[in-house]
Write a protein that binds this ligand. Structure first.
Ligand code: G3P
Ligand code: CA
Length: 243
């Protein structure tokens, strides 16, 4: 069986509030090989783990992440919106999640959310943290902002950098190389046999997102993609075992 890395999308977000420590711990306990997470800068340039530009959807607060200080962000409840049992969960710092990744021997997929908000210095700051935790070999940095990926690779050529995209990109393995990136994180409907085969021949790993339907999990396993990003860690691991 071709080995497939299972990345827990925003942690084990099917069972716990996305991008919180409980979701990341649950992913590790379920057997995920890696964690996917999203990062933004606070007003005082601290790297926090949250998906949206604002805190509205996933906390009891309001406002843009970029306009709130870390102290203000840390006062927010990031668990109750999902279920009362998670009341009191905080928006994590990137460093807290990296500590868990290092302790549990996991891989990490850090998505830079700098495609809508410009975060000058985010690339340098993220590289600094993965270096401090000794995680350079177990990290992939992904982004919809491909200029930012080029910057990552210019700064640290040994770091895996993955293009994120939604549309049907023409020959994405060539596009990734033009960017200076090393991997493809493709939207699952665009992840088709010819694309996977030719990317692999070009030596460019393919890791589709966000694969939550059993039928699509089976299709991706059959295509022998390199990794799959999912909310449903337990289901994907079972499908891989049964394949
Ligand atoms: O890693 C891919 C996926 O996370 C990108 O989309 O919106 O879930 O961050 P989104
Ligand atoms: Ca993401």
């Amino acid at each position: 069986m071709h080995p497939i890395t299972v990345y827990a999308h925003r942690g084990f977000s099917a069972v716990a509030p996305e991008n919180t420590m409980v979701a990341f711990r649950k992913a590790a306990e379920a057997g995920a090989h890696g964690l996917e997470l999203d990062v933004h800068f606070t007003r005082d340039d601290q790297i926090v783990v949250i998906h949206d530009e604002t805190v509205k959807r996933t906390t009891d607060g309001k406002g843009k992440v970029r306009e709130l200080t870390l102290e203000e962000i840390r006062r927010l409840d990031a668990g109750s919106w999902f279920d009362g049992e998670f009341r009191g969960e905080k928006i994590p710092l990137l460093s807290e999640v990296l500590e868990l990744v290092a302790d549990r021997g996991l891989s990490v997929n850090i998505e830079l959310k700098n495609n809508k908000t410009a975060y000058p210095g985010l690339e340098e700051a993220v590289l600094e943290w993965i270096g401090r935790f000794g995680l350079v070999d177990r990290t992939v940095i992904s982004s919809f902002n491909h200029y930012s990926l080029r910057k990552i690779r210019d700064l640290r050529p040994e770091v895996d950098a993955a293009i994120l995209y939604m549309a049907n990109l023409f020959e994405p393995w060539n596009y990734a190389r033009n960017v200076g990136a090393t991997s493809i994180h493709s939207y699952w409907p665009t992840t088709v046999e010819d694309m996977v085969k030719r990317s692999k021949e070009a030596g460019v790993p393919v890791r589709p997102f966000t694969v939550n339907q059993t039928k699509e999990m089976r299709r991706m396993i059959h295509l022998e993609v390199d990794a799959i990003i999912t909310d449903k860690v337990d289901r994907l691991l079972k499908e891989i075992r049964d394949a």
